[in-house]
Design a protein around this ligand. Sequence first.
Ligand code: PDD
Length: 294
Amino acid sequence: MPRDLLWINGETMPAEGALLPLEDRATVFGEGIYEVAIFYDGQPFMLREHLERWEQSAAGIELVSPGTLEEREARICALVEQSGHLDALVYGQLSRGHARRNHLFPDPLAVAPTEFWIVRKAPVHKPECYRTGVRLVSQPDERWAHCHYKTISLLPNCLAKERAHRAGGYEALLYREDGTVTECSSSNAYCVRGGVVWTHPATNRILEGVTRQAIMAAAASLGIPVREQAVTLEEFKQADEAFISSTTMEVMPVTAVDEAHIGAAKPGPVTLRLREAVRARVMRECGIPQAETA
Ligand code: PDD
């Protein structure tokens, strides 16, 4: 019987009911970094890329990530195996640790960082969303200037997603004051215009998704041109196709933004080719036989 497990600073325990000290800097300052990675059939998908981003995020907020990438990778794989979950979602978080509240950083020699990893069953997105495509609801991008680090202070993301959901949207499509689209509250955003995929460049204004990397590689091998350039919300709405991506969704077609239909209001051909290519890579790298996901 699979069970949800937690690894925290060297100890493994059931995830249910586990507690963090009240004055961990993650709870009082929302200070820390995180990662979300996925396993299929017991095998990780692009875990290395997630762990490389973990190290970049940690360095970006002057947080020392204990141990090596290889140790972390081995520990996560062992935890997933121990949990018994074959299709598993792994959430990891690192903070500067538990210290009396003070904006200044605690002495790293006296206070150890808090690192934990939780393994649960991977979520399954509704098949009809992939068949019909989803609707995005636009929201102002009110985040800070370092969105390329995967930091845990997600209040603007949560507010945007909640408001988009209340307006009947699947995700919030974020736009900046100058009208340009950045990404979504927890996924990257793309539109297709004249056969070219347009997506915001991987600057400090977006999180460079691991799935985005897989999409870029798939587009290159399929000969689909990609332009890393921001478009305005109006241009996005007038695109031929659109899609969003994240670790759990992979490539999700978008068929409406606010009240506007995108293209023919059904998943477009470029979107479907990219979705299939990323799916095929997942199956190949996780050793899933084709028939299993048909
Ligand atoms: N979100 N952009 C943002 C703001 C995100 O939070 C995420 C991931 C992505 C997609 O990244 P990736 O392809 O590496 O999953 C883009 C995760 C899943 C989350 O916060 O739960």
